[in-house]
Design a protein around this ligand. Structure first.
Ligand code: 5RP
Length: 243
């Protein structure tokens, strides 16, 4: 018999553990404004939050979703949702909890596997506290090598962006839809370009995060280096580490 738990179970474990711990520490509380992320790790966190709301242990929560996936989940679980610019939220959040595709030892992240990086970054960077939850497969030495960096781009600029990116020595692909012919269209009506550095590349995600956004047509990239998160990471032995 194996003593290890699957990656899927690790996602649920880390999501529930993080929500429970943040509530016990008073960092998730009634009346707060919370950003909720996208993806298969964020969804069990949304569900756990909804359980506390349904039991009356959390009241008057105002959530901001960064994607249709999260909006729909909040509607299904009766979590009240608002836009970041609504009067209730007024452009800033108390806490955002979200997943990540990669986390390095300095807590820099790659995000955007679910194509929601643009609004995920907006809510994360406008939160007092940013919390990232992930399973152990998300922990990496170098970002952008195993998991490609997603970039949200204006469709019209795809070829000019590719030409500019040639000097970075990356491979690039416009992300295609699954069970939809042609490119993925983001929740904001744009394309996603996935770029990947060679295995031996020395990359500086802090520098690249701002540099890439200076290329005309790039709206946002999936490096998150400007808002160091509190990280919860689950392991296959059933433990959850914090750093
Ligand atoms: C979506 C994201 C997700 O947080 C990231 O892709 C991780 O997803 P999952 O929890 O499903 O592994 O950035 O844009």
């Amino acid at each position: 018999m194996s003593n290890t738990i699957s990656v899927e179970d690790q996602k649920v474990l880390v999501a529930r553990t993080a929500i429970d711990k943040l509530i016990s520490e008073g960092l998730i509380y009634s009346g707060m404004k919370i950003g909720l992320g996208t993806g298969s790790t964020a969804m069990p966190a949304v569900k756990r939050l909804a359980e506390y709301i349904a039991k009356g242990k959390l009241k008057n929560i105002a959530a901001v979703p960064p994607s249709f996936q999260t909006s729909i989940a909040c509607e299904e679980f009766n979590i009240p949702i608002f836009s970041l610019s609504s009067g209730r939220i007024n452009g800033s959040l108390d806490l955002t909890i979200d997943g990540a595709d990669e986390i390095d030892s300095k807590k820099n992240l790659t995000k955007g596997g679910g194509a929601a990086l643009l609004r995920e970054k907006i809510i994360a960077y406008n939160s007092e506290l940013f919390v990232v939850i992930g399973d152990e497969t998300k922990s990496v030495k170098t970002l952008g090598v195993n998991f490609p960096l997603p970039i949200e781009i204006v469709p019209e600029a795809r070829l000019s962006i590719m030409k500019k990116l040639e000097s970075y020595g990356v491979s690039m692909i416009i992300r295609d839809g699954i069970r939809k012919k042609g490119p993925v269209i983001t929740d904001n009506g744009n394309f996603i370009m996935d770029i990947k550095w060679p295995a031996n590349a020395k990359i500086n995600p802090v520098k690249l995060e701002s540099e890439l956004n200076a290329i005309p047509g790039i709206i946002e990239n999936g490096f998150f280096t400007q808002k160091p998160p509190r990280v919860f990471l689950s392991h296959s032995n059933g433990t959850v580490e914090e750093f």
